[in-house]
Design a binder for this molecule. Structure first.
Ligand SMILES: [Zn+2]
Length: 377
């Protein structure tokens, strides 16, 4: 084999190309710090920030927007949280869809689309995930970031060897950056604990009645297509599941385990008495059995390896060749939200929350998300 001999010129060229590659990939990675635009509906009442409820978060990477819709009539107060885990896109996209379409008639709704804002500024290492995914609308595509399950290590470092969370549960060190293990938070704790504390302050100061944390899980994970409920919301969740089954949505009920501490559905309920619930939809893009990660895997949810795993009976959800698209996962979140509000009105009429213009779940499944999202700027 002939050896290729380097010259000072070829060395300079390789050095230049390496430098260029570093600059371009660095710029692309840093662009994850720019939040995607959200175009609120004209019925939005107010945008606040988490730091308005817990000043320690001001100018920190943990601060995030809260979109508030207040109805003309008095009723209950609801919190919807997307983006607790920024690698579970249905939660954030459902929150954005609500912000861009809603009008509250009775009661109020507080929506946080990017609960862990820091988690959206980086991606999970060694996963090969795309930094963004794109949802087509009739007048162009909307781009959204796919972040990480955890707070960016640039914002919170180092991880302890063992993390003891605020309620005293021992967890592996990196869970110190998992917002859904840090409740009820610590006012003087690490950044993720401060975000959790800020959310608790919002619940207390706005006297919220019910809070729903939107998630996704891998198809091979048993808690999936589920409503996880705190015991104070058992009746509410059971009634909602009956409604959902009549609408054709199979959703299972999972009681929040009382010995699993630090999670939203446990600590929100225990510490404030609020009705606390968490919703899970199936997302192949963060499962372990998937093929090549891509923007289309996130949006179309089609993966031949998951379809094969389903045939072997390895999954906890039906998963065919057609996959489980993001529109279907968002529709499930919307249907569950609608059913929970219907049950709340039945069980506690004075806490009724009536939302208008919420995209009908069946239409979202049929027409896709782009038919309801605001067109790109
Ligand atoms: Zn999650």
């Amino acid at each position: 084999m002939k050896r290729i001999k380097g010259t000072p010129l070829s060395a300079a060229l390789v050095l230049f190309l390496t430098g260029l590659l570093c600059v371009l990939s660095g710029k692309s990675f840093l662009s994850m710090h720019r939040p995607e635009p959200i175009f609120p509906s004209s019925h939005l009442s107010q945008v606040k920030r988490l730091s308005d409820y817990f000043a320690e978060l001001k100018n920190s990477p943990g601060d995030t927007e809260i979109y508030i819709f207040r109805g003309e009539e008095k009723g209950g107060n609801l919190l919807v949280l997307g983006g607790t885990h920024p690698n579970e896109p249905a939660g954030m996209v459902t929150a954005v869809l609500l912000i861009e379409t809603l009008r509250a008639r009775r009661g109020s709704i507080f929506i946080i689309p990017r609960a862990n804002a820091s988690g959206f500024t980086h991606s999970d290492p060694q996963e090969g995930n795309p930094q963004r995914f794109s949802i087509p609308t009739p007048s162009g595509s909307r781009l959204f970031r796919l972040g990480s399950r955890l707070t960016n290590p640039v914002d919170q470092w180092p991880d302890p060897a063992i993390y003891i969370n605020p309620p005293g549960q021992k967890l592996s060190g990196m869970e110190a950056r998992n917002l859904n293990r840090c409740y009820p938070g610590r006012a003087h704790g690490n950044l993720t604990e401060k975000i959790a504390f800020g959310i608790m302050e919002l619940i207390r100061k706005e006297r919220l009645d019910i809070a729903i944390d939107l998630h996704e899980s891998a198809p091979e994970y048993p808690v999936i297509n589920a409503i996880v409920f705190h015991e104070n919301s058992a009746e509410l969740a059971a009634l909602a599941v009956l409604d959902l089954q009549m609408e054709g949505f199979e959703i299972r009920l999972e009681a929040s385990p009382s010995n699993l501490r630090g999670l939203s559905h446990r600590e929100w309920g225990d510490n404030t008495g609020i009705k606390a619930l968490l919703l899970e939809t199936p997302n192949a893009s963060h499962g372990r059995l998937k093929g090549r990660p891509s923007s289309s895997l996130i949006v179309d949810g089609r993966d031949k390896f998951y379809a094969r795993a389903a045939r072997f009976g390895w999954l906890f959800v039906p998963y065919g060749e057609e996959g489980i698209p993001l529109s279907q996962r968002v529709a499930r979140h919307l249907a569950a939200l609608g059913a929970l509000l219907g049950s709340l009105a039945e069980l506690e009429p004075d806490k009724t929350i009536e939302l208008e213009r919420m995209p009908p779940p069946a239409e979202v499944q049929k027409k896709g998300l782009g038919a309801f999202l605001h067109p790109p700027d």
